[in-house]
Design a protein around this ligand. Structure first.
Ligand SMILES: Cc1ncc(COP(=O)(O)O)c(C=O)c1O
Length: 442
């Protein structure tokens, strides 16, 4: 059976692929059938270097034996157990281990199955928290232009990517957006955090002045925006947001779905920037991407605010059938062990300077108008072809894949986020491949 599925299926029509140019794909499929460590294998037997950790999730590299074994063992022991009014030890164990690596003060965990669900959960916790505290008028949510917070209605509403929003009606009402922080003319080719733009955080004061703080529940931002093309916060920006939120009693939510678990060279972006949010959403790297799972971290005061009322009553009417799924928890525990044993949560710091220099060596490559980097994240922004946005980067993506590198593009931006086990030679290989692809396209 598995043998047969290593071959290309003869009909690709039934699967409506997510976030994919379906017609283009099905004419010229790019099919992955196996993976190990830093590489995928295609159905025609080629090795492809994974420059994107799958979708920003396989932080420890592919098919790591400890994780695979933990899943196999758990599947044969306790495959599923409900987490509503029932418990299984591994979910508690995993929550405890997660809290150990989380930024100081984020000491409770709510399990979900994806980044999108983590975001919905965080927004609902924020709204309900104010209500249980007697501040039920705080219902407004603030996102940011070019933010990506998954695809469910709450996340789409606070998100700021027009193509993700425009087809879906009015979305949630009572949502405002901060301006994005991508100041290309002032900050192009910055290394790490850009110099200009801290004042963009002050836009939150403008929104507060317009609506009054008593109506605002929470601000949600990605510490480093990923899906909108790797937008790195200007120096001091996140600290300023934290200060304004504190001043007005507004909760600060960091969406760390891609920045969590070592991506910036620290366990979380909150550690990197020295700014601890009130709620932190994660997914992806929590299980090395192997089993769907998300985890929302909250401060003790938020959790404890719910622990009132009759003790037989459910405190928070929210949860998923698979919250804390035992197999996902087993994968997560083995993932955390792998991260720890191999120092992966800090490896981005060790390799950061090499990565930065390697990426910025592409400054003179064709079409490049900006290069950005932080931790083990990089972006190369291309001049769009007039009248045909996204086409140039997509051509580069296709060419790179043909030559043996998987990268990701969003708009005309190439985003890179390799597994944290990458070697210096493999960093060089990524950069060579990107140059080769840019040389080959119009
Ligand atoms: C910051 C952020 N939030 C949420 C999500 C949604 O995660 P998922 O695709 O697991 O629902 C993503 C996915 O890329 C993300 O980057």
């Amino acid at each position: 059976m598995l043998e047969r599925l290593d071959k290309r299926p003869n009909d690709l029509s039934a699967f409506w692929m997510p976030f994919t140019a379906n017609r283009q794909f099905k004419q010229a499929p790019r099919m992955l059938v196996a993976a190990q460590d830093m590489h995928y294998t295609t159905d025609d037997g080629r090795k492809v270097l994974d420059g994107t950790s799958g979708l920003w999730c396989v932080n420890a590299g592919h098919c790591r034996p400890k994780i695979t074994e933990a899943i196999r063992e758990q599947a044969g022991k306790l495959d599923y157990a409900p987490a509503f009014q029932m418990g299984h030890p591994i979910a508690f164990e995993f929550a405890n281990r997660l809290v150990d690596v989380a930024p100081e003060g984020l000491d409770h965990v709510f399990f979900t199955n994806s980044g999108s669900e983590s975001v919905e959960t965080a927004l609902k916790i924020a709204l309900a928290y104010h209500r249980v505290k007697g501040e039920g008028s705080r219902t407004r949510l603030i996102g940011r232009e070019r933010g990506y917070h998954g695809v469910n209605f709450g996340g789409t509403s606070v998100g700021g990517i027009v193509n993700n929003r425009k087809m879906f009606g009015t979305l949630l009402t009572g949502v405002d957006h901060l301006p994005h922080t991508h100041l290309l003319t002032k900050n192009a080719f910055s290394r790490g955090e850009p110099e200009h733009g801290v004042e963009l955080a002050d836009e939150l004061e403008r929104i507060v002045a317009l609506h009054d703080a008593s109506t605002i529940a929470a601000v949600i931002v990605e510490p480093v925006a990923g899906s909108a093309g790797v937008l790195i916060p200007p120096k001091g920006y996140l600290k300023r947001l934290r200060e304004i939120c504190d001043k007005h009693g507004i909760l600060l939510i960091f969406d760390e779905v891609i920045t969590g678990f070592g991506r910036l060279g620290t366990p979380f972006a909150a550690d990197y920037f020295g700014v601890v949010p009130d709620i932190m959403t994660t997914a992806k790297g929590v299980t090395n991407g192997v089993i769907p799972m998300g985890a929302v971290f909250v401060r003790k005061e938020i959790h404890d605010a719910f622990m009132t009322g009759p003790e037989h009553m459910i405190e928070f009417f929210h949860g998923y059938t698979y919250s804390g799924n035992p197999i996902a928890c087993a994968a997560g525990l083995a993932t955390l062990e792998t991260y720890k044993e191999e120092g992966l949560l800090n490896r981005g710091e060790e390799l950061g300077a090499y990565w930065e220099n390697a990426l910025h060596s592409l400054k003179d490559a064709p079409h490049v108008i900006d290069i950005r980097n932080i931790g083990l994240v990089g972006a190369i922004e291309l001049e769009p072809i007039p009248g045909q946005p996204t086409k140039r980067a997509f051509s580069a993506f296709l060419k790179a894949f043909e030559n043996g590198l998987l990268m990701r593009t969003t708009g005309d931006i190439i985003a890179l986020s390799p597994p944290l086990i990458i070697t210096k030679d493999q960093i060089d290989e990524i950069v060579d491949q990107v140059r080769k692809a840019l040389n080959a396209i119009d």
